[in-house]
Design a protein around this ligand. Structure first.
Ligand code: HDE
Length: 717
């Protein structure tokens, strides 16, 4: 065997390696402990036993795509050193050709996403409701999750005001189940035929292709102010849910009603919910704007860092259960209308199990980009309802993936392979990688012994629930209950606390303030008048416009406190606290604070004037004044000492002022009061604690349990 130390006789010698490049062949690095790729399952669903690494990037030496070892990959084959490049250079052509085809089309919506692997542990509480095996007692199911924004392109910023996708793939023993949901329980439209319209309205304007990943523009508000069924969803993401603090702190919703069927054949209608163990928390709008500049990957980084540090994010899966009655209504709410949600006070969420994300992807393209979700990936015991939006989705996902993933065999990609054995009669097509046995991929047949056989219910077959259909005439029309567009936005708005209501009003003022067309602003103000007079008044005041008369004056609604994000206390494990130091900080106190934060399960990031080691210690600082900004932290400790005679560094002053303005818990000792004073902050204001490191960390933990120091937000008059 030829090795680089024994050059092929006569071959042109390659450039000597640069002085710091290793000269000995070495195996590729193994995956980091926090990473794992898709399970190794064959395209037909059986475990392969294939050793890790045998698929790609294994061995000591560079090879061609066909496995031939290469001596030089730095130079094209030329006729003489200064001569023309030769067409016969198959190595050059292989590299360039492959590179030319590296990109695939991004998703038409939800292009920007982040993913993680995990496990779902069933509580067994769902067995009376469904015969789905993965919800039976003590069953563990591997999962892959992809969170996403909706509107932006694949390279857009994470923390834009938008709905978030929350798609979960359960690799169950009975086939793959995908719960392809969002972080908002209602949707823009009631009928799939309107989806291209709402997406075209939200995407950048076709003439100048701006703005990117934004709803703050004329076409979006033009559409939603005319197509008023979109008002409910729009209000949810004008409220704080449109700017989540983290993927780890988002609720998830299946949105549509699904039908469960149990072993006795009894059915129930349900809506799926994911409840984050850390609680539902958001950024404030100014933070989001700053984050997108300083770290456009904020949500993706947050998820990966949390998993890497062993802070595994976790959610409980639950269902609201409704009787499967003929009119498919519950307490006057149409269960087939995806612009409506059912308040938890009317139908509590019953928990079925818990999902924990415990591993990062090994390769983003192979896993996060190539994963293909589909609401039609259902398992025995879970069926679709007649929601017309869901029916459009049942068509769309498979269709879009054929063009996005280059043919009909994307189910054979490792991330998409079912863990249940696959025995289909689908054959051939682009990118076929299964080596099927047998000669009779048709039914009935006698040549393959009649295989594969149909399964009965006892053998775990998926059986469409034999639901009676309501007779009627063929028509393009909605049921009358779909015409109510405003009662639920009113209910939602009036269920928020005054601070949350103010945030929503400010969001409308920002978004409509970015529109150019006066008629669009005025029309949207009328929609707001139909939701709530006070909301309309606040937004109109910011826009400098008169308050319009409601066309459908809002009625009294019974509020649903469950939709508010305030008022409860949540675990603080996994929260991020910045410790700001200066040249005079006492390292012992800094490390004491860091250790107390770590002991409470939180993440401490030490900020120092410059990078490197914390002076006087062997401990590395995580941020310098040049790279730190308050928005990265849930709370801040000022472990500063004697500031120099010019006062604290201006970047520290900005950090203090922002942390205060964004209603974050702040603590400190030493010169902390002076830093706060220079930042214009009252050192005795709510949510500011002074003391020794142990006391400060304990007090901050107590404040962080409520996410923010809410009383700092002055109400809008
Ligand atoms: Fe989707 N949606 N959607 N959607 N959706 C897609 O599928 C579509 C809807 C959702 O991380 C696409 O593979 C139609 C509701 C998520 O890979 C596409 C309609 C909900 C994701 C598509 C809807 C969602 C998608 C684009 C109206 C919440 C990202 C790429 C009938 C319950 C999944 C793709 C991922 C992705 C179509 C409405 C959630 C084009 C036609 C409602 C989380 O097929």
């Amino acid at each position: 065997m030829t090795t680089p130390s024994q050059p092929i006789p006569g071959a042109p010698s390659s450039q000597p390696p640069s002085f710091d490049e290793p000269t000995e062949p070495r195996k590729p690095l193994p995956p980091k402990p926090d990473q794992h790729g898709p399970e190794l399952v064959s395209p037909t669903g059986t475990p392969t036993g294939e050793p890790e690494g045998s698929r790609s990037q294994s061995g000591d030496f560079l090879t061609t795509a066909q496995g031939a070892r290469l001596q030089d990959t730095d130079h094209s084959l030329k006729a003489g050193r200064r001569g023309p490049t030769l067409l016969q250079d198959h190595h050059l052509r292989e590299i360039i050709t492959h590179f030319d085809h590296e990109r695939i089309p991004e998703r038409v919506v939800h292009a920007r996403g982040a993913g993680a692997h995990g496990v779902f542990q069933s509580y067994g509480t769902g067995t009376g409701l469904t015969r789905a095996g993965f919800l039976a007692p003590d069953v563990e199911t591997p999962v892959f999750v992809r969170f996403s924004t909706v509107v932006g392109s694949r390279g857009s910023a994470d923390v834009v005001r938008d709905t978030r996708g929350f798609a979960v793939k359960f690799y169950t023993d009975e086939g793959t189940f995908d719960l392809v949901g969002n972080n908002i329980p209602v949707f823009f439209i009631q009928d799939a035929i309107k989806f291209p319209d709402v997406v075209h309205a939200a995407k950048p304007h076709p003439d100048r292709e701006i703005p990117q990943a934004q709803s703050a523009h004329d076409t979006f508000w033009d559409f939603v102010s005319l197509h008023t069924e979109a008002q409910a969803h729009t209000l949810w993401f004008m409220a704080d849910r449109g700017i989540p603090r983290s993927f780890r702190m988002m609720e998830g919703f299946g949105v549509h009603t699904f039908r469960l069927i149990n072993n006795e054949g009894a059915t129930a209608l349900v809506k799926f919910h994911w409840k984050p163990v850390m609680g539902v928390h958001s950024l404030v709008w100014e933070e989001a704007q700053i984050v997108n500049g300083m770290d456009p990957d904020f949500h993706r980084r947050d998820l990966a860092d949390a998993i890497e540090s062993g802070n595994f994010p976790s959610w409980e899966l639950g269902v609201q259960v409704f009787p499967d009655v003929e009119d498919e209504m519950y307490e006057g709410i149409d269960l087939l209308d995806p612009t409506k949600f059912v308040p938890e006070e009317l139908a509590p969420v019953q928990m079925l199990g818990r999902m924990t994300l415990n591993a990062n992807p090994k390769n983003y393209f192979a896993e996060v980009e190539q994963v293909a979700f589909h609401p039609g990936h259902l398992v025995p015991g879970i069926d679709a309802s007649n929601d017309p939006l869901l029916h459009g989705r049942l068509f769309s996902y498979l269709d879009t993936q054929i063009s996005r993933l280059g043919g009909p065999n994307f189910g054979q990609l490792p991330i998409n392979r079912p863990h249940a054995p696959v025995n289909d009669m689908l054959r051939d097509g682009m990118h076929q990688s299964a080596d099927y046995a047998g000669v009779a991929p048709y039914k009935p047949n006698s040549l393959d012994g009649g295989c594969p056989f149909h399964a009965g219910i006892d053998a775990g077959a998926f059986i469409d629930v034999p639901q009676a259909v309501q007779a009627g005439k063929k028509e393009r029309a909605n049921p009358a209950s779909f015409n109510d567009h405003f009662s639920q936005p009113t209910l939602f708005y009036r269920s928020l606390t005054p601070t949350e209501q103010d945030h929503a009003a400010q969001a409308y003022a920002f978004e409509l303030g970015k529109c150019y067309e006066q008629t669009i602003r005025e029309r949207q103000l009328t929609a707001l008048a139909n939701i709530d007079a006070d909301l309309c008044r606040k937004v109109a005041a910011e826009l400098g416009l008169p308050v319009p008369v409601a066309t459908e004056p809002p009625a009294e609604q019974i509020p649903s406190p469950a939709v508010s994000q305030l008022g409860q206390s949540w675990p603080v494990a996994g929260r991020v606290i910045g410790i700001v130091t200066d040249s005079g900080s006492d390292p012992a106190q800094v490390l004491e604070a860091r250790d107390a934060i770590t002991a409470a399960g939180m993440l401490a990031l030490i900020v120092a004037p410059v990078g490197g080691k914390l002076p006087g210690t062997e401990d590395t600082v995580q941020r310098s004044y040049a790279t730190a900004r308050s928005v990265e932290f849930d709370a801040v400790v000022f472990a500063t000492s004697v500031a120099d005679q010019n006062g604290p560094d201006p970047r520290v002053v900005v950090l203090a002022a922002e942390a205060f303005r964004h209603a974050k818990a702040i603590g400190g000792w030493g010169s902390a009061p002076e830093v706060l004073q220079v930042a214009g902050v009252d050192a005795d204001a709510a949510g500011i604690v002074h003391g020794n490191p142990g006391e400060v960390v304990e007090a901050l933990g107590g404040l962080l349990a409520h996410h923010r120091v809410w009383e700092r937000f002055a109400p809008i008059q």
